[in-house]
Design a protein around this ligand. Structure first.
Ligand code: NAD
Ligand code: WQD
Length: 337
């Protein structure tokens, strides 16, 4: 059985990917330092997998801990999720982001090299496209960083490309996620942001459940059909399957790749609000306010390359994203705690 190491394993996207990898027949071992997650996730994963799970509490910046994990489990590949991800926080605390996201990546790659494990699937982001000049976004579109978080993803991709140049035995898959939303269909795991949610769907979910009074819609004068921002929302379960497909490709086929994981379809903020109201049967009061600095009008993927290289495409629609988010929100009104 092929063993896969997940870093940041207790996080939102990793926890869903964990289940998808197990279902696909991989042995999964997870590490996380719980910087932005709860150990309760592990209990839920064991329950959903109907089996004990293998996990070590470790910081990916800690080489000695990583060595122990590699010696104990001998993974054939790493799926590297561990990172900080709040754009605004990255502007106020750039050093913490560079240390954790880039230091953690370099450290993980060094441990991989020491232990002869040269395959990595890396969590990149559509944020690397900066302000898109043309839509839909193809992988060969220009890239740029508009904040330190985005810079860590751009640089992370560069580090992996450089590794492949230095030693073609390295095989890496940079997956550029668009806007991951939704939750596992069981309602047992999902996104559990700390404090005020930065992202749209978790905020809408908290308004629908009554934890917050109303949504602030950031900008209603964008050059989009209804004036609000348009994004490519992708169900986290589809995203998880994208990782399985990428890993399979690295194990089966020589070479490295960089692909978008999106649906190819954009929805506006108001369309998402309406879909959420329909899925939840609740009102989502909102007010139109000023644009959020740094936001772009519209962003959505050309998903053709992922289909071609990975045989993967997103299946679940916006209604399903909202239904699954709502089930998670209702069953866990205060997240994991
Ligand atoms: P998340 O915060 O839920 O998951 C990240 C996990 O990494 C957390 O469990 C956290 O505790 C852990 N972690 C952070 N630093 C660590 C360290 N030094 N050592 C060990 N564990 C550490 O975030 P997520 O939304 O699941 O994102 C996963 C990855 O996908 C991140 O790399 C993120 O940048 C990327 N990404 C996320 C989105 C999104 O909108 N959610 C979009 C594009 C890319
Ligand atoms: C979506 C739309 C907002 C909140 C961010 C990161 C990106 C990636 C995904 C990691 C926009 C609007 C939002 C609110 C609103 N993460 N909005 N009211 O900005 O596309 O991407 O998460 O890699 O790097 O920047 O996602 O969910 O924050 O916003 O009106 O309270 O919802 O203006 O149009 P975004 P988002």
């Amino acid at each position: 059985m092929t063993t896969v190491l997940l870093t940041g394993a207790a996080g939102y996207i990793a926890s869903h990917t964990w289940l998808a990898l197990q279902r696909a027949g991989y042995r999964v071992v997870g590490v996380d330092n719980f910087a932005n997650s709860s150990p309760v996730v592990l209990e839920r994963l064991a329950e959903l997998a109907s089996a004990p799970i293998e996990f070590e509490r470790a910081d990916v910046c800690d080489s000695a801990m990583l060595d122990e994990v590699f010696v104990s489990y001998r993974p054939a590949a790493v799926v590297h999720f561990a990172a900080y991800k709040a754009v605004g926080e990255s502007v106020s605390q750039p050093l913490a982001y560079y240390r954790n996201n880039l230091g953690g990546l370099v450290n993980t790659c060094e441990a991989m090299k020491r232990h002869g494990c040269l395959r990595m699937v890396f969590s990149s982001s559509a944020t690397v496209y900066g302000a898109p000049e043309q839509l839909p976004l193809r992988e060969d579109a220009p890239t740029s960083a508009t904040n330190p978080y985005g810079a860590t993803k751009l640089m992370g991709e560069q580090i992996l490309r450089d590794l492949g140049v230095a030693d073609p035995a390295w095989q890496t898959a940079c997956l550029r996620y668009f806007n991951p939303v939704g939750a596992h269909e069981s309602g047992r795991i999902g996104e559990d942001p700390r404090g005020t949610p930065n992202n749209l769907m978790p905020y809408v979910a908290q308004v629908a459940v009554g934890r917050r009074d109303k949504l602030s819609v950031f900008g209603s004068d964008y050059p989009t059909p209804d004036g609000t921002g348009v994004r490519d929302y992708i169900h986290v379960t589809d995203l998880a399957e994208g990782h399985v497909a990428a890993l399979r490709r690295l194990l089966d086929t020589p070479g490295s790749l960089t692909v978008n994981l999106g649906t190819g379809r954009g929805y506006s903020v108001l369309e998402l609000v309406r879909a959420y109201e329909a899925a939840s049967g609740r009102n989502v009061p909102y007010e139109l306010v000023a644009r959020r600095p740094g936001d772009v009008a519209a962003c959505f993927a050309d998903p053709a390359l992922a289909r071609e290289l990975l045989g993967w495409e997103a299946r679940l629609d916006l209604a399903r994203m909202c239904e699954d988010s709502w089930r998670w929100q209702q069953l866990n009104p205060h997240g994991f705690n």
